[in-house]
Design a protein around this ligand. Structure first.
Ligand SMILES: *[C@@H]1O[C@H](CO)[C@@H](O)[C@H](O)[C@H]1NC(C)=O
Ligand SMILES: *[C@@H]1O[C@H](CO)[C@@H](O)[C@H](O)[C@H]1NC(C)=O
Ligand SMILES: *[C@@H]1O[C@H](CO)[C@@H](O)[C@H](O)[C@H]1NC(C)=O
Length: 756
């Protein structure tokens, strides 16, 4: 090809050939935005030359383009993979359809191209762009960030920026800087003395501006020559501060290879200050031990010994009364590693069961579409079993349809019998059930009658979770007074290891309970039991699985604190995944370990059904060994603005919250720093006693102090105590939605000692 002609993107130039898809995207296409049957607009979409921005305008708009960033797009789906396309499936051929899925909670963009070829170009092109962004190394990401800033600052687009533009940029960057200081930095960076900064000079300015005094001091403390860290220096640092002494000297060499940007330093086995900062801000320098991010737990224990990431009313995207139902809820939950989905099934008008929140105005979706979605997405993020918690409200006829759809659509994935064909004395493990989809629901009789002839249909008592849910919900009036319901054998037969069983009391469950019984409790019932008999509850949960779901009064889809339930070993603590906030932060935090596979092995104290563990008296256990966690909150980096009002700069402070057993619940905070979101420095030490570290989660929250009103949330990060690394560590903050706020971070020093 003629390289002179080639206009492909600067950061994809490792590609041998210009990417045809990108060329088509840059030339632009008229795409239909599918929204509903009623409304669909034509728009012109094109990829900007920077390959980072998509511009679009309606065909009737004159020339004002709107834009979105390629970085905001999380994935592209081909064909009819969204609610909108499912609802208008007959109108557009799937080969012309695709969906852009955005990060966080922003809605999807469903597009229809003029031809299949054009759709393919956009699908492949977007995939290439997303992959390129994902594979960028830390230093490329930083360069990208700086060049984005430069583009933002350069308002008149003349390729250079004035001091006035710099001042405005500093505000954008959340920093209120003394004018003299800013101006002297500006002059230092303006090597060409033109009164403007070119892009290279700007990089220099940026580096001076964001220089990390605390990191330089640390570097110098360990550098024998004050200039570089030899690999022996680095080894000493790793041993003394990071407590990684057990790893050999190869570790230091490895880190130099991985993070040192200068080739000469690398060849000489030394690390420069740039490399040191790169290491500290990398995954290896993160507070979260990267070993624990891998699949590191034993996956061969019975299912009951795991916390299982679980969702409540998975089909709802909004509130519980009028909100929208969508297959998107299933996709999102599965993508987050959720392994227990809820499906509320009701008779549909055309003989096909539908899914929605009964007796409410929530919209309806087809059961078939839900199962198709599950089939497609079940094992994309985790290969461990998915449990479908089926709330069956259907007539006998439609139950048969449900059973048939489950079998037809899920095929071999659907678990149809016990794994060895025998009556189990203990639940199988996640390992044994890899790639399987289990149905949880009511069952006629037990597995003991596996071979015996069952009646075609049986009466099943309806005294379980679902009736309880309706009872404490606001919608009880319309419940039929007759609470007996017929369950078909077809559906009953699909329930293997997860049989809904009414809970009488612990004694009854101990004597009569089967390993595959599951009882469900509303949060209020669970809290009542925890208050009265926490130790018995924990012991019960070492024998069988318990599911806890939000109170029916939470019509706004708010969540309860899952920690109280995990403390007594409840396995399935079902949350409204669509609702961001503290509770989902805790859920995401707990399940961020073990390769986000959705299963976390419960601590030993909660797996032993012979010995009682009392969550109210952690000091009574034999191997009681409380720890002291000392956190020096040193500094923050590039905190985002909480609102875009020019001139509003945050006054940040850090709060550290411990979630765990009642004795471990604690919070402490630093003081706030006025007007500095760019590089606030706290240097404050917080100390906590942790009695049961294996159940504790640590949540770091940054807020904008406000004297008059409620403080604004800036970012947070939640990590299991057992996954924390000691030493100088960065905490990469997440938004309310759980998406990355890079390059926002906190810099801390962690010290964990045994309490004397
Ligand atoms: C951790 O704290 C203990 C007790 O204050 C102290 O003796 C020890 O030196 C500290 N460890 C590190 C690595 O700073
Ligand atoms: C290589 O490292 C040693 C110390 O480890 C230092 O004395 C020497 O100057 C370095 N050489 C170069 C070329 O950086
Ligand atoms: C914080 O501590 C570092 C290292 O000890 C020191 O350089 C810095 O001046 C301190 N900053 C503040 C604001 O106390």
């Amino acid at each position: 090809y003629d390289s002179g002609e080639c206009s492909y993107c600067p950061w994809t130039n490792h590609m041998q050939y210009p990417d045809v898809s990108l060329e088509i995207m840059k030339a632009g296409s008229v795409l239909r935005k599918a929204k509903s049957r009623m409304w669909r607009g034509h728009r012109h979409y094109k990829l900007q030359d920077d390959c980072k921005t998509i511009a679009y305008k309606s065909s009737w708009a004159m020339n004002s383009y709107s834009t979105f960033s390629v970085g905001d797009v999380e994935a592209v789906r081909e064909g009819h993979e969204s609610d909108v396309f499912l609802s208008v499936a007959d109108e557009y051929p799937p080969e012309r359809c695709f969906t852009l899925v955005f990060r966080g909670r922003r809605g999807n963009l469903d597009l229809v191209a003029e031809s299949a070829e054009e759709a393919q170009a956009w699908i492949r092109g977007m995939q290439t762009l997303i992959e390129n962004l994902q594979s960028m190394g830390e230093s490329e990401k930083l360069d990208q960030w700086i060049s984005d800033l430069f583009l933002k600052a350069d308002r008149n687009k003349d390729g250079r920026i004035s001091f006035k533009e710099v001042r405005r940029l500093l505000k954008l960057m959340n920093m209120d800087m003394n004018e003299d200081h800013a101006s002297s930095l500006f002059r230092m960076a303006d090597k060409s003395q033109t009164g403007f900064l070119g892009s290279e000079e700007f990089v220099h300015f940026y580096k001076m501006l964001t220089q990390r005094k605390e990191v330089v001091e640390l570097f110098q403390e360990y550098s024998s020559d004050g200039q570089t860290l030899s690999h022996c220096d680095l080894e000493e640092f790793l041993r003394e501060e990071q407590l990684e002494g057990d790893r050999s000297q190869e570790h230091a060499l490895e880190l130099i290879q991985r993070y040192e940007p200068s080739d000469t330093a690398k060849a000489n086995h030394t690390m420069s200050i740039d490399g040191f900062l790169m290491y500290l801000t990398s995954a290896d320098g993160s507070i979260f031990n990267s070993e624990d991010q891998r699949l590191y737990q034993d996956m061969t224990q019975p299912l009951k010994h795991y916390f299982i990431s679980s969702s409540h009313n998975t089909y709802l995207l909004e509130d519980q009364l009028k909100g929208r139902s969508s297959v998107e809820g299933y996709i999102q939950a599965l993508k987050r590693g959720c392994r227990c989905l809820e499906i509320d099934c009701w008779d549909g008008s055309s003989g096909e069961p539908v899914v929605y929140h009964g007796h409410t105005f929530t919209s309806k979706i087809l059961f078939k579409d839900v199962i198709n979605t599950v089939a497609k997405y079940a094992f994309k993020t985790s290969e461990y079993p998915v449990i479908l918690s089926i709330e069956n409200r259907c007539s006998v006829e439609q139950q048969k349809v449900m059973a048939q759809l489950l079998k037809d659509i899920l095929g071999d994935m659907l678990l149809r019998t016990t794994i060895d064909g025998k009556v189990p004395s203990v639940l199988p493990s996640p390992e044994e059930l890899k790639g399987k989809i289990l149905v949880k629901g009511k069952k006629i009789g037990g597995l003991e009658s596996l071979d015996a002839d069952n009646p075609v249909s049986g009466e099943v008592s309806d005294e379980d979770d679902s009736s309880e849910l309706r009872r404490d919900s606001l919608t009880t009036e319309s419940l039929p007074s007759d609470s007996k319901q017929s369950l078909t054998k077809e559906l009953s037969d699909l329930v293997i290891y997860c049989k809904n069983e009414h809970f009488n009391n612990f004694e009854h469950a101990r004597i009569h309970g089967k390993p595959y019984d599951i009882s469900s409790f509303s949060e209020s019932k669970a809290r009542k039991i925890i208050k009265e008999a926490a130790a018995d509850f924990a012991q019960h949960n070492a024998r069988q699985i318990t599911r806890v779901y939000p109170s029916g009064l939470r019509t706004d889809s708010s969540n309860f604190c899952p920690q109280d339930m995990w403390n007594v070993g409840c396995q399935m603590v079902a949350l409204n995944f669509q609702t961001a906030g503290l509770e989902m932060d805790l859920n995401d935090g707990l399940f961020s370990q073990n390769n986000r596979c959705g299963y976390v092995l419960k601590p030993e104290i909660l797996r032993n059904s012979e010995q009682q563990f009392n969550p109210d008296k952690p000091q009574d256990r034999k191997d009681y060994c409380p720890l002291i966690l000392t956190i020096q909150v040193i500094s923050g980096q590039q905190l985002p603005k909480v609102n875009n009002k020019v001139g509003s700069i945050v006054d940040p402070f850090v709060r550290v919250e411990i979630y765990g057993l009642p004795a471990d619940q604690a919070t402490q905070e630093t003081s706030y720093i006025e007007n500095n979101g760019l590089n606030p420095c706290w240097n404050e030490t917080l100390e906590f006693a942790v009695h049961t570290p294996e159940l504790a989660l640590i949540r770091f929250v940054v807020e904008d102090y406000d004297m008059a009103t409620k403080n604004d949330f800036i970012g947070q990060y939640t990590v299991p105590f057992s996954c924390i690394q000691s030493g100088y560590r960065h905490i990469h903050l997440l938004s309310k939605d759980g998406t990355s706020l890079r390059p926002s971070s906190l810099f801390v020093n962690i010290n964990i000692t045994e309490a004397s």
